[in-house]
Ligand binder design. Sequence first.
Ligand code: NAP
Length: 264
Amino acid sequence: MSTQNEKGTALITGASSGIGATYAERLARRGHDLLLVARDLPRLQALVERLSEEYGVQVEAMQADLTDKADLLAVEQRLRSDSAITLLVNNAGMAMNGTLVEADLDTVERLILLNIVALTRLSAAASASFGAAGRGAIINIASVVALAPEMFNAVYSASKAYVLSLSQTLQGEIGALGVQVQAVLPGITRTEIWARSGMDESALPPGMIMEVGEMVDAALAGFDQGERVTIPSLPDAADWAELISARAKLGPNLSHRSAAARYK
Ligand code: NAP
């Protein structure tokens, strides 16, 4: 892979479809070389051909099941050793449906391995490489259910709350080293995720579904503006700022020597 590209290489997980494939297209258009990661190699190779031809950038496919430790370590190792990589898009993820009591716990475990464990290891590897180089960016794809756990499946929502929390802490840890960290919180976006997790997309309110191109363009606009958290459909950014300041107000009272008077 070339190290000559000024923009560097973007490593995108879950690049074979949906949001990840759309990031791949948009970042190629911006002039990034790409390293595309997912399980479905033929789909990745089709993207390699199309994007390298259309945009004249270098595109490489890397087949990996990120729930498989050996595959995950190979991607992590690539992030640590390839100094051309300047952007990590931690996008690969899966959803599930139904209550926790009724859930298939092997599916729950796979979701946690993909949405949490893989994202954490790759964030750590990228933080180390980018931090040492004093440049680079990590885009973590969370979800609005990080803020609204009542809306959806427990484990999926909790996994996305984790992604948001991790990203916010990471901003403090590596922001000063010149590394940008953005958490993206999409609402319902038209991709294969619904069918893959056994949900009927046609049952979703059409007014709540965003097309994937519009979602990724908005997220990249937020990235360009240096936003730490981007909620593509939120009309008034002040609403998010208010939540942050309400949280900050709790700060000084979250840990005291004695319990609050109402508990005595
Ligand atoms: P999608 O079309 O189903 O894409 C998921 C991607 O993840 C695919 O490229 C898939 O590729 C990859 N993937 C799945 N399991 C994998 C594994 N074990 N190892 C490696 N790659 C794996 O869904 P999407 O909507 O674009 O989802 C992308 C991200 O957006 C996810 O993190 C999702 O939680 C988040 N999100 C989606 C929505 C929405 O409404 N669509 C809303 C909020 C957040 P292979 O099958 O080829 O491996």
